[in-house]
Every structure is written in structure tokens, then in C-alpha cells.
Design a protein. Sequence first.
Length: 601
Amino acid sequence: MQSDDIRAKFIAFFTDPRRKHELIQGAPLIPSETDKSVLFTTAGMQQLAPYLLGEEHPKGKRLVSVQKCVRTQDIDEIGDNIHVTFFEMLGNWSLGDYFKEDAIKWSYEFLIDELGLDKARIYITCFEGNDDAPKDKKSAEIWESLGIPKERIYFLGEKDNWWSPGDNGPCGPDTEMFYDVVGNLNLKSKEEFKKADEKQQVVEIWNDVFMEYEKKDGRIVGKLKQQNVDTGAGLERLAMVMQGKDNIFDTDLFSGVIKKLEETSGKSYTDNQKSFRIIADHIRSAVFITAEGVLPSNTEHGYIVRRLIRRAVIAKDRLGLEDSGLHSLIEVIVSVYEKHYPYLRSKVMTISRTIEEEEKKFRKTLDRGIKQFERTYNMSVGRSTVDSELSSEVVFDLVTTYGFPFELVKELADERGLRIDEDAFNRRMELHRETSRAGAEQKFKGGLADASEETTMLHTATHLMLAGLRKYLGEHVHQAGSNITAERTRFDFTHGEKVDRGTLDKVEAYVNEVIRNKCNVVIEEMDKNTAMESGVEGSFWERYPDTVNVYMVKSSDGTVYSSELCGGPHVKNTGDIKGTFKITKEEASSAGVRRVKAVLK
Ligand code: SER
């Protein structure tokens, strides 16, 4: 069965008078201005969040849609059998109407009776329960009543069988349908199932989420006022099982693109599977994203599309396809989808131009970057301390300034027998991301309001507070922004959850103890890399020159209470700080970032 027929059957099945769903338009890939919580639409439920929370939908309580989605968190998996960065999701919804019984029955009927899939190849997972919600025995019972044997129904935890779109909003346990793509696995236990899942021998094809809970700031805060159903079935995966394939690239959605690539490269797909798949997947996503007006850039949506195109170009180079444009591939992709997304045809020239220009730009970048890489490599050869390692600073520079994908730097390094310290690189990237995040949100101006005595005292106290937060919460805590006036310090830091009062008290006590101990604040001039590698705390490293000032708070016996990269000013001795340090407020700032306010009283 062709993917077009699967789409049509799904809509017909749910709009049928026996099931009475109304067809709604899928949302654009780029969410509206009012929903800034995600860069891309990642699920059909996203545009429905207000209605899942209780608002009345103009089309009623039963809806069905085909939703284009982009999810790039699995970008490194692309090349395997079942992952894609763009996909279409078939979904049906109950907004406080039917619940588990009908949702599961209809999923079953659509898969088995409508599509004719083999019941003996279906496996089911249900939620095993936790402190927030009980074990979902009801779903398992319904599956059993439909004839799925008990030994093919497995209870799994929150990681597998709980679905929420983010830290806030409707969420709930889910039950997932998997299909045996080998044909005769005949699995008998959860352990066998998990192994088969890892090997992609069983593949999730549909998910029914029972959205009756609400999350706020990452925590379940209770039940919603209504019980909803949110289902999602990936079209690519349904096409795969319906067409008797074990991977999505062999389906009708991709076969034209793969064939065109074989023609233009003169290479066989079988021998170059991974590169073919990366190109096909990434260019397809780039087509859909650029069709919505996004241009490659270094931020937000533009950064994602740039990354996709650049990764595809590298994969193309591996096939020796350096000079061939991407236009013919884009043409094939548009012809597969234009029936459902007619706007693609009218934009095909713009899409092609955008993607091809980015390719050209990247080629220049690559040439420059490879020269830079060679220069660094040649300089480091012969120096015993560095000749086996490419410093994390160079890797960072190649990735952020020259736009090299990390994998490419790694490959170039491997070819020359150079090691890369991935952890050191990741630390730099993490700091860089915090800076970008802070920049993107413009949540604070940053820094000190002035250099008055009060502000300076609070500035030193803020360093101590960060040291205290890191001591009691962990090393993942870094500054994400600060704003200090004579009255108070407002400080953002990276941490995923609320900090309880007990911990805040400990942090306060830490700061006040150092104030009482009258410690000297000393400035040490250090090489930036040495500072970074020796664990000096700092954010926004890239704003600093190669030689940096590290402010250390040291007691007379040599204990270091804080050591942080900074431009000052600070008090000379913590004894100069007047008053008692008090944290007055703790709250969420943005995803993964907390904000505190503190004063000297
Ligand atoms: N929201 C769920 C998912 O994306 C079901 O639609 O899997």
C-alpha cells in the first residue's frame, strides 16, 4: 500500500460517521509567535494544547490530522533504519470525550482490520506506574480483550511510556504499538522484546497518549479537568511495515530520492547506505523548513537548517558528489509531496536557490577550515605536549567559527592520529550555548549596574553564592546571566529544578561564613586555557582575551572559596562586605535555568 493511501485511509477511518472525527489542518512547521517554547512543531498535539487543557475547540471534541513534524534530537541516529528528522504524523484526538476503551479499540481496528497488518506481529507497551500516576492496567486489559496475548504486553517506565511535550502542559501515560519487521520473532518476554527493540527488529508504529495530567516547570502538578486522548502514528513507519520493508528508506516516500542519488553519483546505494540516507533525510527536512521561509543562519531555526544542509554536503562529498547541485534531488522530493503540500511547487526555485547557496557558502567555509585545520596540525606536529591531541580550543573554533560539524573535525583528526578531548570540547560548547541562550532571550542586560560600593559588595557576594550553589547543587551549575544593582543581585544559573529552601539556606550560610572569615580577594592573571582547564568557574569565555583575570577568594590558611573568571570590580577583602547575605527569591527563568534574587541586609 502506497503512503498516499495510508494517509487517505487514516482520515477516512476517523471521519467515518461511526467515529465522527473532524479533519483539521496540520499546523505549520514553525510554531506561531505565541508558542515560543519549541523551535519546530514536533507533534500533532502541539497546536491543540489549549484544547487539551479545557478550551473549547471550534470543530468539536473529536479531531484528526496529518501533521508535519521536525525533530532533530535524533540527528546523530540518521542513517539507521527508522530515524528521520522530518516526518508526518497521523493523529486522532479526543478532547474530553472518549478515552482508553475507544482509543485503543480504534488503533487496533485501523492497524489490523483496515491496513491488514498481522496481529501475530504486534507487541504492546503500557505504563508501569510511578509516584505521579498508577500502573496502567486498564490499557493492558483492553489490549487483552482485543486478543493480544498477555506475554506480548509489557509494562515499562516513564522514559518509555509517558509523553509530555515539554516542561509545561498536558501530559500522561501512553500505550505504544510495535511491529515485528522481521516477521517471525515470536518474542515471549520483556527482556526479549527490549533486545529486539534495540536491534530495530520491532519498531514503534503508533502511540496512544492518555493526557489527563498537567506538568508545570517539569513536575506533575495534578490531573486536568478532562481526560483526553492524543495519538500519533508515524507515516514513514506505517509505510515501511505496509510495504514489507525493515527500514523507511526503502518505502515509496524515499525510493525516488535514493534512485536519483544513484543516478547522479554513479554509486550504488547498497555500498553507501549511510551517506545516501543522510542526504535524503536532511535535504527533505531542509526543503520543508526553507519552504516556510527560514534561511540558513547561525541562530535558532536558521541554525538547524544550516546544520542539516552542511551535514548533507559532507555526506555528498563522501560520495564524490562535490560538484553536482542538489536541484534534481529537491525536484524529486517536491514531486513526492506536492499533492499534499501544494505550496512546495510554487516555492521550488527559492528552496533550491537557498539550499544551493548554502552549499556554496559551506564549500568556502570548508576550504578555509581545512586550511586552518592543516595549519594547526602542522604547528602542533613535533611539539611533544600537543602532537597527539588537538586542543579543545581549536576544535571549538573549527565548530563555532568555521561551522565544521564536530564529526568532521573528529574524522580529520582521526585520519592524522590526533586525539580529541571530547569532554573539554563539550564543556566549552555548553558554556557557549548558555551564552547564546542568554543572548537569544535577552532576559537580562547582564553585568553590574554601576561600580558603587554597594554594587561591588554584592558582586563579590554573588561570586560566593555561585560557588555555594555549585558546592550544594553540583558542577553542572554555571552562571547563565546576572544583573547587579546597589539594592540586589539577580542571578540566573543552569539547573533543571527548583532549589529548596534548605539548600538556599546552606548557600547563604556559605556566603556569610566567608564574609565573617575576612578573606582576601586576589586577582591572578592567567592564560585563558590554563584557567579553563584548571576548573576556574566562568561563563562567556569567548568574551575574554587570551589572558584573563581570575578573582579568587582565599582565606589566610589558603582555602579557596571561589575562583572565577571576571572583569571586576570586587571588594579587597570579604570583611568589607557589610550586612548579612540573604537569598530572597528563587524561581524558574527559562528551560533549565533558575533565577535567584539576593540582598545584603
Ligand atoms: N504526542 C504523541 C507523540 O508524539 C502522540 O501523538 O508520540
